[in-house]
Each structure stands twice: as structure tokens, then as C-alpha cells.
Design a protein around this ligand. Structure first.
Ligand code: NAP
Ligand code: MG
Length: 402
């Protein structure tokens, strides 16, 4: 069989621990035998981030802006324990945070659905994708503990020195106070990323805030979304046969639970934090959750939603076989290859991505799976495989499909 050729390189961001091991196995067994892989390789493993003073992370994000599509392995975000474990020069920042700051994007997370791993919500038939705004609100807030009676005000001092004041509360005794913000620019980017992703994936977009209570703050989110939609997206949505739908957050929660899925739910930062864990858990497993960062200019960075699976890596280092689930990492590759194929009009590459995903799903639905899935799968006949054997089983199915 002739290998599938690629026109443009993918930005490949290698990572850490167990996912770095899986990364190599996936490439060796599922990609390189079939595709003449063209990648621009960046080693985001913690050792190399430390050696390059984290320059490699920035370069990889810049490369993503140049080529448009990246695939990323999970990486360690250093903490105190990692400082000694890797003898770090500094406690380098989260690579995901650095990449997000450079690409200015929105993170979309969607579950991979397989028979046997049924969502806890019985009527959910299709994935629900959560789009979380990743800037501001309570994550960049200032807070005060108020010790006694007194007056609290919001004060904005303009560049020209003029002041605008708004009473928050006349405290009669002790209490708490919080000040938070967001930026029109960031909300606009969030909105555009969501509209673009909805068009890309041909799914309806839902957005919800509490604008009836928060008449300026949340209302601004609602207005910005609506303005951008009316101006730049209404016609495109109509042509694609999809809808943009705004409602109140509490109404959205009720509708989401009653729905059959198959849409994107755009959430403000805090709502996205809370709801993505709820949706991920309700769909079954974090190891079956994909994640893609989409920038407002239309650059894409695909990854798995889980971390480097440290506990499994230490077993691997001791020579033990682990049953770490590679599915979300494989889907990061298939997502990136499909998007690359789409941009380059490379039909073969897009079809390969579809078949790779289909082979993964067939393998699991035929009863061959890693331990994390076996625990929750309702299939009667199932075989627990270690990661290597599971990847080999996927390869057998993939070869039949190609
Ligand atoms: P984790 O890697 O997501 O793993 C937590 C636990 O979840 C594992 O111990 C395992 O449970 C289970 N698990 C997660 N993914 C799995 C998979 N693919 N297959 C089977 N089981 C899986 O989180 P962590 O151990 O808290 O974090 C490890 C490192 O990852 C940290 O240094 C953190 O900074 C980093 N991290 C990176 C990213 C990213 O790059 N996007 C995201 C999150 C965390 P059992 O042990 O019970 O089997
Ligand atoms: Mg959270």
C-alpha cells in the first residue's frame, strides 16, 4: 500500500511521562506505517523546556500560527515536587497557559462516545461540546474581607482622571467583597471562536449567561455575541443549516439535561469550569475526552483533556505493563490530521483520520479495551488489554478498513 502524503507539516508538540510513551507507540503503530508524516517537531517535555528556558513552548505556539494546525501531547505543569524531580531552573508556567496566551483561543471539549460506556443521562445520544471562555471573571478577581461597617464602592478612574462611582453596599458589619473584569476584545475572540467552531463541526451553538440579574456585565457578553453573529455569521449559519441560540444559564442547564446532545455549549469561564466536569463525568470518562484550542484567526491545537498519567508512568519505569487509555491522544492526532487535510484539500488524509477513529471505536465496541473502560463498560464480553496490545488491536482493525 502506498503511504498517504501530506502537503503541509503539522506542528507536533511532544510531552511528558506516560503520554510521551503512548505518543511514540501511536506514531510507530498507527500513523507512520500509513502516512508519510510531515511534522515540525517541538519537544515540550519538561527537560527540554527547562533546557531552553521554556523558549520551545513559545516557538511551538508561533509555529502553530504559521501552519495553522498543531497536535499536543500532555505536559507536566511544574509544582514544588517537580522542581526537585527535574532539577528545574524555574517553576515554568503551564505550557497550555502559554500557548493559549499566544493563540488567544477558546478550548472546546467533547466526549468520544462508544457503545457499552453509556452516559448517565439516558437521553444523551450525541456528544455535548463545551466551549469555555478562558479569560477573566472570577479567575482574575480582587477580593477583600470586610472586617466591620463601612461603605464599599466601585471606582473607575479614566485615563483623563475623571471618576465613575457605583455603590456596592453600605456594610452594617463584617462581610466579603469581590471585583472582577473582562475585556471586549477577549469576549469578541471567544464569540468568533465559537461561531467558527460551530460552522466547522456543523453543530448548533448555545450560549447562556445570567443577563437578567447582571444587566451590564453578563449583558455585555450577550450583546457582543449577538452583534458579531448578526454582522458576520447569520448568513453562514443559515447556509449550514445550524442555529445560534441564546438563553439564561439556568434554562440552559435544564435544556441540556433534557436534550439528546449534538451541540456546542458556550460557557463563561466559571460556568465552563464547572459544567465541563459535570458533562465529562456524566458521559463516562476523562480518558475519552478530546480537547481543541481554536484561535479567533482559525488556528487549531488538538490534545487530550487528561494529564500525563504520572502514576502509570512510574509503573512503566519499573518495567510493569500499564493499561493506560491512548484514545484521547489518538483522537488528538486524528483531529489534527483531518483538519490539516481539510485546509490542504487532502481527501486521503481526511479519510485516514475518519478510519483511524472508526478503528478505535470498533475495537472498544468489540470488547477489547483498557482497564479504565472495562470498569465502566456494560458489555458482557470484554478483554482488558495493556496499552501496547490495545494499540496493536486497533491497528488490526485499521488495516482492515484501509
Ligand atoms: P492525569 O494525568 O489526568 O491522571 C489522573 C488519573 O486519572 C490517573 O492516575 C488515572 O487514574 C486516570 N487517568 C487519566 N488519564 C488516563 C488514561 N488516559 N488512561 C487511564 N487512566 C487515566 O492527572 P494527574 O496525574 O493529576 O496529573 C499528572 C500530570 O499531568 C501533572 O504534572 C499535571 O500538571 C499534568 N496535566 C497536564 C495536562 C495537559 O497537558 N493538558 C492536563 C492535566 C494535567 P488511575 O491512577 O486510578 O488509573
Ligand atoms: Mg475544573
Amino acid at each position: 500500500m502506498n503511504k498517504i502524503m501530506m502537503n503541509t507539516p503539522l506542528v507536533e508538540m511532544d510531552g511528558d511521562e506516560m503520554t510521551r510513551i503512548l505518543w511514540k507507540w501511536i506514531k510507530d503503530d498507527l500513523l507512520e506505517p500509513f502516512v508519510e508524516l510531515k511534522t515540525e517537531y517541538y519537544d515540550l517535555g519538561l527537560e527540554n523546556r527547562n533546557a531552553t528556558n521554556d523558549e520551545v513552548t513559545k516557538l511551538s505556539a508561533e509555529a502553530t500560527k504559521k501552519y495553522g494546525v498543531a497536535v499536543k501531547c500532555a505536559t507536566i505543569t511544574p509544582n514544588a515536587a517537580r522542581m526537585t524531580e527535574y532539577t528545574l531552573k524555574e517553576m515554568w508556567k503551564s505550557p497550555n497557559g502559554t500557548i493559549r496566551a499566544i493563540l488567544d483561543g477558546t478550548v472546546f471539549r467533547a466526549p468520544i462516545i462508544v457503545k457499552g460506556v453509556e452516559p448517565y443521562v439516558a437521553n444523551w445520544k450525541k456528544p455535548i461540546t463545551i466551549a469555555r471562555h478562558a479569560y477573566g471573571d472570577v479567575y482574575k478577581a480582587s477580593e477583600l474581607r470586610i472586617p466591620n461597617a463601612g461603605k464599599a464602592e466601585l471606582v473607575f478612574t479614566s485615563e483623563d482622571g475623571s471618576e465613575t462611582r457605583e455603590l456596592i453596599h453600605n456594610f452594617k458589619g463584617a462581610g466579603v467583597l469581590q471585583g472582577m473584569h473582562n475585556l471586549d476584545g477577549s469576549i469578541q475572540s471567544f464569540a468568533r471562536s465559537c461561531f467558527n467552531f460551530a460552522l466547522d463541526t456543523k453543530q448548533d451553538l448555545w450560549f447562556a449567561t445570567k443577563d437578567t440579574i447582571s444587566k451590564k456585565y453578563d449583558h455585555t457578553f450577550k450583546d457582543i455575541f449577538q452583534e458579531i453573529f448578526d454582522k458576520d455569521y447569520a448568513d453562514k449559519f443559515k447556509a449550514a443549516g445550524i442555529e445560534y441560540f441564546y438563553t439564561l444559564i439556568d434554562d440552559a442547564v435544564a435544556r441540556v439535561v433534557r436534550s439528546e446532545g449534538g451541540f456546542i455549549w458556550a460557557c463563561k469561564n466559571y460556568d465552563g469550569d464547572v459544567m465541563s466536569d459535570m458533562v465529562a463525568t456524566a458521559f463516562g470518562s476523562l480518558s475519552m475526552m478530546t480537547s481543541v484550542l481554536v484561535s479567533p484567526e482559525g488556528n487549531y491545537e488538538y490534545e487530550a483533556a487528561h494529564g500525563t498519567v504520572q502514576r502509570h508512568y512510574y509503573k512503566h519505569l519499573k518495567g510493569e505493563k500499564t493499561s493506560t487509555n491512548p484514545i484521547a491522544t489518538i483522537f488528538a492526532w486524528s483531529g489534527a490530521l483531518r483538519k490539516r487535510g481539510e485546509i490542504d484539500s487532502n481527501r486521503e488524509l481526511m479519510e485516514f483520520a475518519d478510519k483511524l477513529e472508526a478503528a478505535c471505536i470498533k475495537t472498544i465496541e468489540d470488547g477489547q479495551m483498557t482497564n479504565d473502560l472495562a470498569i465502566i463498560s456494560s458489555l458482557k464480553e470484554k478483554t482488558v488489554l495493556n496499552s501496547e496490545d490495545f494499540i496493536k488491536a486497533i491497528r488490526v482493525n485499521l488495516e482492515k478498513m484501509l
